[in-house]
Write a protein that binds this ligand. Sequence first.
Ligand code: URA
Length: 212
Amino acid sequence: MIKSENIVIFEHPLIQHKISLLRDKATGTNEFRKLVDEIAMLEGFEALSDLPVEDVEIETPIEKCKTPMIAGRKLAVVPILRAGLGMVSGILALVPNAKVGHIGMYRDEETHQPQEYYCKLPDPIEERLIVVCDPMLATGGSAVDAIDQIKKHGGKNIKFMCIIAAPEGLEKLHKAHPDVQIYVGHLDRQLNEDAYICPGLGDAGDRIFGTK
Ligand code: URA
């Protein structure tokens, strides 16, 4: 794992192996979904490693003891529509009680300004750790815009998780939101002229939902 200021790039062999399977164009929808789920869970394990714990008293079959459990910190998972939806169940497998928000952005073709077409976040958003997820961090435009919107709605403590990032998008997101901890499964080479990540895996949303 490469860790620099607020950026974590995973090198774990299990994550790398699963990303290689994801990239393969022969991998079908069912397998693709499962892999996204598993990678989100593996990344989430690290991304949530600083969740605070508090000692609670329980009774084992042997005796009473104080033992650590996740403290009352409120968590929200916020997928960026639509491909981010594919990562939600993997994170919820780790923290089943987390609330789930949704954010959808599009860019106005004339003004090029980001427009939020859907945003529903769990209250009180300002008190929650918010994990924003999107499998592909390409230009960084939608991640930056989504996090701008979440901050406007009051979000303060934000992490961003993706599976594959392009250097261009990673730099843009980190510059725009240096306070946001970014988790990257693999850093790819570059974007192509159509803003696809190379070598990438194609369109993550289409591959998760079986559309084309
Ligand atoms: N979104 C995708 O799904 N794939 C890319 O390569 C870039 C953006």
